[in-house]
Ligand binder design. Structure first.
Ligand SMILES: N[C@@H](CCC(=O)N[C@@H](CS)C(=O)NCC(=O)O)C(=O)O
Length: 209
Protein backbone atom coordinates (compact mmCIF):
# COMPACT_ATOMS: atom_id res chain seq x y z
CA UNK A 1 0.00 0.00 0.00
CA UNK A 2 1.46 3.43 -0.90
CA UNK A 3 2.18 5.70 2.08
CA UNK A 4 1.11 9.34 2.04
CA UNK A 5 2.49 11.85 4.54
CA UNK A 6 -0.23 14.35 5.32
CA UNK A 7 -0.72 17.36 7.57
CA UNK A 8 -4.25 18.76 8.00
CA UNK A 9 -5.20 22.01 6.24
CA UNK A 10 -2.09 22.01 4.10
CA UNK A 11 -1.04 21.34 0.52
CA UNK A 12 -1.52 17.62 1.17
CA UNK A 13 -5.24 18.14 1.86
CA UNK A 14 -5.94 18.28 -1.86
CA UNK A 15 -4.40 14.81 -2.23
CA UNK A 16 -6.83 13.54 0.43
CA UNK A 17 -9.71 15.20 -1.47
CA UNK A 18 -8.58 13.48 -4.64
CA UNK A 19 -8.39 10.08 -2.93
CA UNK A 20 -11.88 10.61 -1.51
CA UNK A 21 -13.25 11.56 -4.94
CA UNK A 22 -11.68 8.42 -6.42
CA UNK A 23 -13.01 6.27 -3.56
CA UNK A 24 -9.43 5.19 -2.83
CA UNK A 25 -8.65 6.71 0.58
CA UNK A 26 -8.57 3.21 2.07
CA UNK A 27 -6.07 2.05 -0.55
CA UNK A 28 -3.39 4.43 0.73
CA UNK A 29 -1.79 4.43 4.18
CA UNK A 30 -2.03 8.00 5.45
CA UNK A 31 0.55 9.08 8.02
CA UNK A 32 -0.34 12.23 9.91
CA UNK A 33 2.61 14.52 10.51
CA UNK A 34 3.31 17.97 11.89
CA UNK A 35 4.97 20.61 9.74
CA UNK A 36 6.53 24.01 10.34
CA UNK A 37 3.93 26.63 9.38
CA UNK A 38 4.66 30.00 7.74
CA UNK A 39 4.19 31.75 11.10
CA UNK A 40 6.92 29.55 12.61
CA UNK A 41 4.54 27.40 14.68
CA UNK A 42 4.63 23.61 14.47
CA UNK A 43 7.73 21.50 14.12
CA UNK A 44 9.54 19.29 11.67
CA UNK A 45 8.12 15.86 12.39
CA UNK A 46 10.73 13.10 12.69
CA UNK A 47 8.09 10.69 11.32
CA UNK A 48 7.95 12.58 8.02
CA UNK A 49 10.09 10.92 5.34
CA UNK A 50 10.10 14.04 3.10
CA UNK A 51 13.74 15.16 2.75
CA UNK A 52 12.75 18.74 3.68
CA UNK A 53 10.02 17.87 6.18
CA UNK A 54 7.25 19.00 3.84
CA UNK A 55 3.92 17.53 2.77
CA UNK A 56 2.62 15.94 0.65
CA UNK A 57 5.10 13.09 0.24
CA UNK A 58 4.36 9.66 -1.17
CA UNK A 59 6.22 6.36 -0.95
CA UNK A 60 5.06 3.82 -3.50
CA UNK A 61 4.75 0.06 -3.04
CA UNK A 62 8.12 -0.29 -4.78
CA UNK A 63 9.66 2.12 -2.26
CA UNK A 64 10.00 4.97 -4.73
CA UNK A 65 9.72 8.42 -3.16
CA UNK A 66 7.54 11.02 -4.87
CA UNK A 67 7.56 14.69 -3.92
CA UNK A 68 5.57 17.67 -5.27
CA UNK A 69 1.79 17.75 -5.19
CA UNK A 70 1.34 17.61 -8.97
CA UNK A 71 3.57 14.53 -9.34
CA UNK A 72 1.84 12.76 -6.43
CA UNK A 73 -1.65 13.58 -7.72
CA UNK A 74 -0.84 12.42 -11.27
CA UNK A 75 0.79 9.25 -9.93
CA UNK A 76 -2.23 8.35 -7.79
CA UNK A 77 -4.68 9.06 -10.61
CA UNK A 78 -2.68 6.77 -12.92
CA UNK A 79 -2.25 4.10 -10.23
CA UNK A 80 -6.02 3.87 -9.79
CA UNK A 81 -6.92 3.73 -13.51
CA UNK A 82 -7.09 7.44 -14.33
CA UNK A 83 -10.61 8.22 -13.12
CA UNK A 84 -9.77 11.93 -12.95
CA UNK A 85 -7.76 12.68 -16.08
CA UNK A 86 -7.90 12.23 -19.88
CA UNK A 87 -6.46 8.85 -20.88
CA UNK A 88 -2.74 8.83 -21.71
CA UNK A 89 -2.29 9.30 -25.46
CA UNK A 90 -5.72 10.85 -26.05
CA UNK A 91 -6.76 14.38 -26.88
CA UNK A 92 -6.66 16.77 -23.94
CA UNK A 93 -3.88 14.86 -22.14
CA UNK A 94 -1.41 17.58 -23.18
CA UNK A 95 -3.72 20.30 -21.96
CA UNK A 96 -4.11 18.42 -18.68
CA UNK A 97 -0.33 18.10 -18.24
CA UNK A 98 0.04 21.79 -19.01
CA UNK A 99 -2.34 22.84 -16.23
CA UNK A 100 -0.76 20.37 -13.80
CA UNK A 101 2.70 21.89 -14.28
CA UNK A 102 1.40 25.46 -14.68
CA UNK A 103 0.21 25.19 -11.08
CA UNK A 104 3.67 24.78 -9.51
CA UNK A 105 5.59 26.52 -12.28
CA UNK A 106 3.51 29.69 -12.58
CA UNK A 107 0.45 29.98 -10.34
CA UNK A 108 2.22 29.28 -7.03
CA UNK A 109 5.17 31.63 -7.61
CA UNK A 110 2.82 34.39 -8.82
CA UNK A 111 0.51 33.87 -5.85
CA UNK A 112 3.33 33.79 -3.30
CA UNK A 113 4.77 36.99 -4.82
CA UNK A 114 1.36 38.64 -4.47
CA UNK A 115 0.97 37.50 -0.84
CA UNK A 116 4.53 38.62 -0.03
CA UNK A 117 4.02 42.02 -1.69
CA UNK A 118 6.96 41.22 -3.97
CA UNK A 119 7.19 43.18 -7.21
CA UNK A 120 10.56 42.37 -8.79
CA UNK A 121 11.35 42.44 -12.54
CA UNK A 122 12.98 38.99 -12.34
CA UNK A 123 9.85 37.50 -10.77
CA UNK A 124 7.47 39.26 -13.14
CA UNK A 125 9.66 38.50 -16.17
CA UNK A 126 9.85 34.82 -15.30
CA UNK A 127 6.43 34.03 -13.88
CA UNK A 128 4.26 37.07 -14.78
CA UNK A 129 1.67 37.97 -12.11
CA UNK A 130 -1.77 36.91 -10.90
CA UNK A 131 -3.25 39.27 -13.51
CA UNK A 132 -1.89 37.06 -16.30
CA UNK A 133 -2.79 33.90 -14.36
CA UNK A 134 -6.39 35.15 -14.10
CA UNK A 135 -6.45 35.88 -17.84
CA UNK A 136 -5.17 32.38 -18.63
CA UNK A 137 -7.73 30.79 -16.33
CA UNK A 138 -10.58 32.86 -17.74
CA UNK A 139 -9.70 31.93 -21.30
CA UNK A 140 -9.11 28.28 -20.30
CA UNK A 141 -12.58 28.11 -18.77
CA UNK A 142 -14.39 29.79 -21.67
CA UNK A 143 -17.57 27.86 -22.48
CA UNK A 144 -16.87 24.94 -20.15
CA UNK A 145 -17.53 24.12 -16.51
CA UNK A 146 -14.08 22.63 -15.84
CA UNK A 147 -10.60 23.25 -17.25
CA UNK A 148 -10.68 20.23 -19.55
CA UNK A 149 -14.36 20.43 -20.47
CA UNK A 150 -17.39 18.82 -18.87
CA UNK A 151 -15.48 16.48 -16.54
CA UNK A 152 -13.70 17.48 -13.34
CA UNK A 153 -10.05 16.41 -13.41
CA UNK A 154 -7.08 16.50 -11.07
CA UNK A 155 -6.09 19.73 -12.87
CA UNK A 156 -9.21 21.41 -11.44
CA UNK A 157 -8.42 20.06 -7.97
CA UNK A 158 -4.87 21.41 -7.88
CA UNK A 159 -5.55 24.73 -9.63
CA UNK A 160 -8.67 25.58 -7.58
CA UNK A 161 -6.99 24.55 -4.30
CA UNK A 162 -4.98 27.79 -4.34
CA UNK A 163 -8.20 29.81 -4.10
CA UNK A 164 -9.99 27.44 -1.74
CA UNK A 165 -7.26 28.10 0.87
CA UNK A 166 -7.14 31.81 0.33
CA UNK A 167 -10.45 32.94 -1.16
CA UNK A 168 -9.32 36.58 -0.89
CA UNK A 169 -6.82 35.85 -3.66
CA UNK A 170 -9.44 34.52 -6.08
CA UNK A 171 -9.35 36.74 -9.17
CA UNK A 172 -12.41 38.98 -9.35
CA UNK A 173 -13.67 37.26 -12.49
CA UNK A 174 -17.16 35.68 -12.38
CA UNK A 175 -16.17 32.64 -14.48
CA UNK A 176 -13.24 31.87 -12.16
CA UNK A 177 -15.29 32.32 -8.98
CA UNK A 178 -18.05 30.07 -10.37
CA UNK A 179 -15.46 27.43 -11.31
CA UNK A 180 -13.91 27.44 -7.81
CA UNK A 181 -17.43 27.02 -6.35
CA UNK A 182 -18.11 24.15 -8.79
CA UNK A 183 -14.89 22.35 -7.83
CA UNK A 184 -15.65 22.84 -4.11
CA UNK A 185 -19.20 21.52 -4.60
CA UNK A 186 -17.84 18.38 -6.29
CA UNK A 187 -15.68 17.56 -3.27
CA UNK A 188 -16.90 15.66 -0.22
CA UNK A 189 -16.44 18.58 2.16
CA UNK A 190 -18.18 16.93 5.14
CA UNK A 191 -15.97 13.84 4.98
CA UNK A 192 -12.94 16.04 4.47
CA UNK A 193 -13.70 18.11 7.58
CA UNK A 194 -14.17 14.96 9.63
CA UNK A 195 -10.89 13.53 8.32
CA UNK A 196 -8.95 16.71 9.06
CA UNK A 197 -10.32 16.88 12.61
CA UNK A 198 -9.24 13.29 13.17
CA UNK A 199 -5.79 14.06 11.74
CA UNK A 200 -5.45 17.07 14.04
CA UNK A 201 -6.41 14.95 17.08
CA UNK A 202 -3.88 12.24 16.22
CA UNK A 203 -1.14 14.86 15.79
CA UNK A 204 -2.05 16.57 19.09
CA UNK A 205 -1.90 13.27 20.95
CA UNK A 206 1.52 12.43 19.51
CA UNK A 207 3.09 15.83 20.25
CA UNK A 208 6.18 15.63 22.47
CA UNK A 209 5.51 16.77 26.07
N1 LIG B 1 5.74 22.57 -4.05
C1 LIG B 1 5.42 21.68 -2.94
C2 LIG B 1 5.23 22.53 -1.71
C3 LIG B 1 5.07 21.70 -0.47
C4 LIG B 1 4.95 22.58 0.76
O1 LIG B 1 5.58 23.65 0.85
N2 LIG B 1 4.14 22.15 1.73
C5 LIG B 1 4.01 22.87 2.95
C6 LIG B 1 2.63 22.61 3.54
S1 LIG B 1 1.39 23.64 2.86
C7 LIG B 1 4.99 22.33 3.98
O2 LIG B 1 5.15 21.14 4.08
N3 LIG B 1 5.63 23.21 4.75
C8 LIG B 1 6.52 22.79 5.78
C9 LIG B 1 7.89 23.34 5.62
O3 LIG B 1 8.10 24.17 4.73
O4 LIG B 1 8.77 22.95 6.40
C10 LIG B 1 4.16 20.89 -3.26
O5 LIG B 1 3.22 21.45 -3.84
O6 LIG B 1 4.10 19.70 -2.94
Amino acid sequence: MPKLYHSPQSRSSRVISQLMLMGKLDAVGVIFVEIVKNDGSGRRDPKNAHPEGKVPFLITDAGEEIRESAAIMMYLDELFGQPLSPRIGTAKRGEYLSWMTYYGGVLEPALVALCAGLDHPAMVGTFRTMVEVAAQLESGLKGKPFLLGTELTVADLIMASAFQWAPQNTPDVPAIKAWVDRVTAAMDNGAMEEFETKAQDVIKRSEPA
